[in-house]
Design a protein. Structure first.
Length: 764
């Protein structure tokens, strides 16, 4: 066993030994370095790692609680099986038998298409899930695959895939070198950044301003980021696509289009410019709530800046035109000459896992969409998944192909997906459900079996997806800090075993090590089978021998590191990266600032930047129809938007006292004008009603929100029976997704519409 694998506890270990451990925080996308002081197995101090090559000591409140999460008495530590309606602790062997009987029985009675799989957001932060989740998915073998991606980010993945050839060939704003940053629908002071990985976004934004740059925030709320900005533009929710189309219109009309070094690598410019002709600033101004002069000025400032970037995030994704908005963000970046240049929107060169660093440069298969459709409503598949907005109806609607059993991994869709009351009821009707999770939460309370994963401190960590979206090229490996508990399986072992049982294997016949060997051999074979790789033609066994005796995630990361763009190529480049190098550098390895990568990073069928994908250009007709509807048939209802808080991470960190104490944060923000009109008072209660649901929430009157808009944070609502979250229950809040309409989706991506929900509000 190597030091990269989780240790098992030994009796010889002193109980009160004081030591220091360095690791990357896995609790959000910022990848901050942590310096942990431990006494035995207890974390007694957490502070930012001042020597971390990326975070330089920055740490947000969430990172300080990593020890509290490990020690949480409500965390599930042993397998749970439901008997007579109550969970009881059982052995792993008994839990696996229950899983085999439950899943096997559903397959025998209804066929494999009666199974479904939901992967939650924490999987993106879990190395075992990232590397072995496919074993579970393939074992389930059903087309009914869902994830949190169709709640918050699928539009950006699709627009990037169509334009650049892969969903994670995704431009990120080069904040550290830009002169002008325009932020839409993002609040990095609270979120720490999203799909643009960097520690200390606040410090980076303040440094931008200190060197004379400008920060512009376009948001219906005066967020903490907007308060810091040089200019805050309060847009009407859901109209970002109209604003961006008007900016493209201005670039064309005022002869400001400049593709720079990408002129010969871009197709579709004329098609885009013709398609945005109807969207002049004057045409969209009233609908957006932004006057035409401001739209023109911002566009001219963008074109005139020495360097600039437009960055749009979750607020631009969770709307009816999410994919079109995400596309137009990068159309504006490209046409203003700010794509793929320092200070603009750039592409990371990741050390591990990036498809745009493998294979032939420039030309690839691209992505295919809408290859199949959901059974009930006929909504399209994207990137192998169905929209999670259809999960409830696929369970509660009878007929051939009805979902009868569900596997969830690290997710809480009852709180995070639209019309969640319907999903909550649907889960109760399943014939069988098994969850891999650390809590009995609002979703897993419906499970028949809960399989616990180790805590974050008991697992090795490498941020495979987020280092592909980092604002600087870095690499950092974190070995497990604490040993696994007695009889605890590592997370990847849980997923592999569950996957093989789902495939039909008998629990006592599963050889996890053999599956691990097969996964590693397949990876090594793909590396040596790549004709463009310096390792082409070598024996896969040679690579596996070179990374021995590592096993599990450590072996797979080492294979990818050594064969990647910064790797040692198994001796061909001795100064390159390997896992040995990262283990010798616990504070990380700085691989340098982002550099221009186009066109080589493209993987489109044409080998060009596809500025005008047919499906997106066609969607501008729908956008024009929406603009006309807003003109002729305005809706005078209030619209609901979400919000984030620095001390919150979706739904799963509300069981930590230090993060939820203080004044209540699950409040309805209402503008004073709306409060007076509706008879609402601060500290009172309001009843918020949408087409699908109703909640009552405390009122907070504030001029930090645009009139006509109200706001509730997401991830709350911890008052359901059967949940084992003691602290969260004391700060339950209300579930804003009870109000989200499962029939309101972005038709291209299937992404749920969670912003701009029409609601009525009255005093309660």
């Amino acid at each position: 066993m190597t030091v990269t694998e989780p240790r098992r506890r030994t009796d010889a270990e002193p109980a009160t030994e004081r030591r220091t451990a360095i690791r990357t925080c896995p609790l959000c996308e910022a990848v901050c370095g942590l310096e942990l002081t431990l006494e035995g197995d207890r974390v007694v101090r957490v502070r930012g790692d001042r020597d971390d090559v990326f975070s330089r000591g920055y740490l947000c409140p969430k990172g300080t609680t990593i020890g509290a999460l490990h020690d949480d008495p409500d965390r599930v530590r042993r397998p749970l099986v439901k008997r007579d309606g109550a969970f009881v602790e059982v052995s792993w062997a008994e839990a696996w038998r229950a899983v085999a009987e439950g899943l096997g029985g559903v397959v025998e009675r209804h066929g494999r298409e009666a199974l479904a799989y939901y992967a939650g957001n924490p999987n993106a932060h879990n190395l075992g899930a990232l590397l072995y989740g496919r074993v579970l998915g393939r074992g389930i073998g059903s087309p009914n695959v869902f994830s949190a991606s169709t709640v918050d980010q699928r539009p950006k993945e699709i627009s990037a895939g169509l334009m650049f050839g892969h969903p994670l060939t995704l431009p990120v704003p080069d904040v550290d070198r830009t002169d002008l940053l325009i932020v839409l629908g993002a609040n990095p002071y609270a979120s720490n950044g999203s799909l643009a990985t960097a520690p200390d976004w606040p410090g980076r934004l303040e440094a931008l301003q200190a060197r004379g740059g400008r920060l512009v925030v376009i948001d219906p709320r005066r967020t903490r980021t907007a308060e810091q900005a040089d200019e805050h533009v309060a847009i009407i929710p859901g109209t970002d696509a109209l604003l961006l189309a008007a900016m493209v219109h201005v670039l064309a009309a005022d002869d400001l289009v400049d593709l720079g070094h990408l002129a010969d690598a871009t197709v579709g410019v004329d098609e885009v410019l013709a398609a945005v002709a109807p969207f002049s600033p004057e045409a969209v101004a009233e609908a957006c709530g932004i006057d035409a002069a401001t739209i023109r000025r911002l566009t001219h400032e963008l074109a005139a800046a020495e360097s600039a970037a437009v960055y749009g995030r979750i607020g631009t994704c969770v709307v009816e035109f999410g994919t079109t908005t995400s596309w137009l963000v990068d159309v504006v970046n490209a046409l203003s000459g700010n794509l793929d240049r320092p200070g603009g929107a750039m592409f990371t060169t990741a050390a591990v896992g990036a498809a745009n660093t493998r294979g032939a440069p420039r030309v690839g298969r691209g992505i295919r969409l809408h290859r199949r459709h959901s059974r009930v409503r006929g909504l399209p598949e994207t990137l192998g998944e169905l929209p999670v907005a259809v999960l409830a109806e696929e369970i509660d609607t009878p007929g051939e192909g009805q979902i009868r059993a569900l596997v969830t991994a690290a997710g809480n869709p009852v709180l995070s997906t639209p019309n969640s009351a319907r999903l909550d009821a649907a889960l109760a009707s399943l014939e069988f459900m098994v969850s891999v999770d650390i809590y009995v939460n609002e979703t897993t309370r419906h499970a028949d079996v809960i399989l616990p994963a180790p805590s974050a401190l008991q697992k090795a960590h490498y941020d495979i997806p987020f280092f592909q979206l980092a604002l600087r090229n870095v690499a950092n490996w974190s070995p497990a800090v604490l040993p696994l508990d007695d009889d605890q399986l590592d997370e990847w072992e849980v997923l592999v075993t569950l996957g093989r049982i789902a495939a039909g294997d008998a629990p006592d016949a599963i050889d996890v090590a053999a599956v691990d060997d097969a996964v590693a051999h397949a990876l090594a074979a793909s590396i040596t089978g790549d004709d463009t790789s310096p390792l082409a033609g070598r024996d896969p066994s040679e690579l596996l021998d070179a990374v021995a005796p590592r096993r599990g995630p450590a072996r797979l990361v080492d294979l990818q590191l050594r064969s990647g763009p910064h790797g040692d190529h198994f001796g061909l480049r001795p100064d390159g990266l390997s896992l040995d190098v990262l283990e010798a550098n616990p504070h990380g390895v700085d691989l340098g600032p982002l550099e221009p990568r186009l066109p080589d990073a493209l993987r489109t069928p044409s080998g060009m930047i596809e500025l005008a994908p047919d499906i997106l250009v066609a969607d501008l007709d729908r956008l024009a129809a929406d603009l006309e509807r807003r003109r002729t048939d305005p809706d005078d209802r209030l619209v609901l938007v979400g919000r984030r808080d620095l001390r919150s991470n979706n739904s799963w960190m509300h069981n930590v006292t230090v993060l939820v104490k203080g004044r209540p944060r699950c409040t309805l923000h209402v503008h004073p004008d709306d409060a007076e009109r509706l008879g609402l008072v601060g500290g009172g209660s309001a009843r918020i009603t949408s087409r699908v649901g109703e909640v009552v929430a405390p009122v907070e009157v504030t001029d930090a929100i645009r009139p006509g808009v109200v706001s509730l944070p997401h991830g709350w609502g911890h008052d359901l029976p059967g949940v084992r979250l003691g602290v969260a229950a004391e700060h339950a809040g209300v579930n804003s997704n009870v109000l989200a309409d499962d029939e309101a989706i972005d038709p291209i991506s299937g992404n749920a519409v969670l912003n701009g929900i029409p609601v009525t509000v009255a005093s309660a």
